[in-house]
Every structure is written in structure tokens, then in C-alpha cells.
Design a protein around this ligand. Sequence first.
Ligand code: COA
Length: 171
Amino acid sequence: MKDIIKDCKDTKITISEMVLPNHTNNLDTLFGGKLMYWMDMAAAICAHKNTKKISVTASVDNITFKSPIFKGDIVTITAYITRVFNTSMEIFIEATSQNSKSQKSVICNSAFFTFVTLNNDRKPVKSIEVKPKTKEEKKLYDGALRRRQLRLILAGKMKPEEANELKSIFN
Ligand SMILES: CC(C)(COP(=O)(O)OP(=O)(O)OC[C@H]1O[C@@H](n2cnc3c(N)ncnc32)[C@H](O)[C@@H]1OP(=O)(O)O)[C@@H](O)C(=O)NCCC(=O)NCCS
């Protein structure tokens, strides 16, 4: 089957959630694991909608919790594919929280997720190609190779000496 080719921006999806009492910790702020679940869900929806196949989370890069999200806030998460390698793709996630009283929105988290598309026999398969168009998409596309090599080294799937994009760090 021929690959689908899409502009990065056309792979974008958005989900929103309201922070309810059962989503919070003892400080009445959003439990971090809940946000990670929503981020993973947004990435999964992005992967599924664009590849039209089952895709699974292979890895998640660093997630930092910059500011607390309060009960009643609206959390909006966007996800889009920055680059497809072969069977895997990098998905950029950004989470924004809108305060229920002030209506002010802040970016509270961002992260890169890697998803792998599987066929009906649960084997990795290539399914889509993406093209960056904007300056930001091109920047993320170019950096994706470096991030891929770093995460494969950390997962024990690549030798540091094979990571040509990271020579200055490892050699
Ligand atoms: C992700 C998974 C399918 C990879 O399978 P695998 O047998 O290691 O397959 P391969 O080594 O052929 O790798 C397939 C692709 O995954 C990528 N990959 C594998 N491990 C990775 C990791 N830790 N980080 C980023 N990419 C990874 C490879 O680079 C390759 O990408 P490419 O085809 O674009 O080059 C397999 O490890 C798996 O099923 N993991 C569980 C997924 C899951 O259940 N997720 C939900 C968590 S609860």
C-alpha cells in the first residue's frame, strides 16, 4: 500500500478535559499521572487518526511539571506528528491549562512521544509520511533525528558510536 503523505499541521488533534475532584491530589491540584495519561491519550488519538492503524507508545521523553493545575481548570492538549522514521513516529504534545477564575491560559507541559504502528499481526509497519512546512515544524523535524538517537541509546537499542547526530556529546 502506498504511504499517505500529510503536512505536519494536518496531523494535529486537540482534546480538552476539565479538572474534577477525582483528578486531583491532596493539594487540590491535578495529579501528575492523570496529566500523563491525557498526554498519552492525545498522542494515541493523533497516531490512530493519521495512520488509521493500531499504534502503541514506544517511549516518552522527559516530562517536567512547570506549574500546578487547579481543580476546575480546563486542560487542553494538542498533538501532532513532527517526523516519521520508518515504523515509528515522533509526536509533539503541548498541554495548556486555563484557570477557571482568571480565564488565563498557560503552557504547563510539553513532551515528545514515540509511537510505533503495528499491522494485524502486531508487527511494526510503515504507514505514513509527514512534511514540515512552518519554521517551527522544520525546527522540530530537524531535531527529531537527534532526539531519536538519544532515546534509542537510552533504551539500549543503539550504540553511542553509531549516533552520528550526537558525535559532539559522545565522542
Ligand atoms: C514498541 C515495540 C512495538 C517495538 O518493537 P520491537 O520489536 O522493539 O521493534 P523494532 O526493534 O523493530 O523497532 C520498531 C520501531 O520502534 C522503534 N523503537 C523501539 N524501541 C524504541 C524506544 N524505546 N524509543 C523509541 N523508538 C523505539 C525503533 O526505532 C523502530 O523504529 P523505526 O522502524 O522507525 O526505525 C515493542 O517494544 C512493544 O510492543 N512495546 C510495548 C508497547 C506498548 O505496549 N505500549 C503501551 C505501554 S503500556
